[in-house]
Write a protein of this length. Structure first.
Length: 279
């Protein structure tokens, strides 16, 4: 550890799986350069006895406490321990629940883990994931018009992982590769239901990614697949195709899967809003 770095103990306490609080912690910690957090995870905390164990752990390794406990008695017990130890106990859901309570005029039910219940939305996500896996890499194009979103792009533009990320939101996503010398299937160009988005990447970055891919597969390193001039032509042709079709284009260079997916979801929502206005 360098002199400019500092280490803290961070306690994540949840009455459910801890997914929400873990994502919040990650999103916040990256904003503080040079800070390393040793995470102590306390999940499925639903009894006073379990809270006692949490408090003992906090006493052993003092540090900030992030909490998603919907039971007010358990929450109060943990807050009291925080005051005694002079440590912040931060309820990450309280501001959101409070604002929604004000707006809706209703109280939250206070049932932990409700987001993980197997309701209609859960089965919708499963169906979307199955559709997406079946329609990966240009497969089963006969019913591609049933997709909500179709991603089109040259090889190694993160089509598959982006599709899977979006499918977890309950949307059916297909992806179709652009192969040099082969026309895009007619099923794609004539599809009317899905939002079709073109993905592109910087040619130099593409060559680097593809070369690493070939090395992993123990394949030869001399081919048009990683020839910079050929890759530039490939990317240029892809952009021309996207322009002819009138499809929105996202450059995934240096973007994370989450950032690309967020932009696609914004485009999808914008299209839905536009369709609703016309109706």
């Amino acid at each position: 550890m360098t002199p400019s770095e500092s280490t803290i103990h961070l306690h994540l306490v949840s009455d459910s799986t801890g997914e929400t609080i873990h994502q919040v912690a990650r999103a916040c910690l990256v904003q503080f350069e040079g800070v390393k957090a040793i995470e102590h995870t306390w999940f499925l905390v639903r009894t006073p006895a379990h809270v006692d164990k949490v408090i003992a752990g906090i006493e052993a390794h003092p540090g900030p406490v992030l909490v998603t406990l919907l039971d007010p008695h358990l929450h109060s017990k943990l807050e009291a321990a925080g005051r005694k130890l002079q440590l912040p106990v931060i309820s990450v859901l309280d501001p959101v629940l409070g604002a929604l309570h004000h707006y809706l005029g209703k109280k939250a039910r206070g049932r932990p883990g409700r987001q993980h219940e197997m309701d209609a939305a859960y089965f919708s996500r499963i169906e979307a994931m199955q559709f997406t896996l079946m329609h990966d890499d240009g497969q089963h194009l006969h019913d591609i018009d049933h997709a909500d979103i179709v991603l089109v792009g040259v090889s190694r533009t993160s089509k598959t992982p982006t599709c899977l990320y979006i499918a977890n939101r309950g949307l059916k996503v297909a992806n179709v590769p652009l192969v040099p010398g082969i026309s895009l299937p007619r099923e794609v160009t004539t599809a009317t239901h899905p939002l079709i988005v073109g993905l592109t990447n910087d040619p130099n970055r593409l060559v680097q990614i593809r070369r690493n891919r070939l090395l992993m597969l123990n394949q030869g390193s001399e081919s048009d697949y990683i020839n910079l001039d050929e890759v530039r032509r490939e990317v240029t042709e892809a952009r021309r195709l996207f322009e002819r079709q009138g499809w929105p284009v996202i450059d995934v260079t240096r973007r994370s899967i989450e950032e690309t997916a967020a932009e696609i979801l914004q485009l999808y929502q914008g299209r839905r809003d536009s369709d609703s206005d016309r109706d």
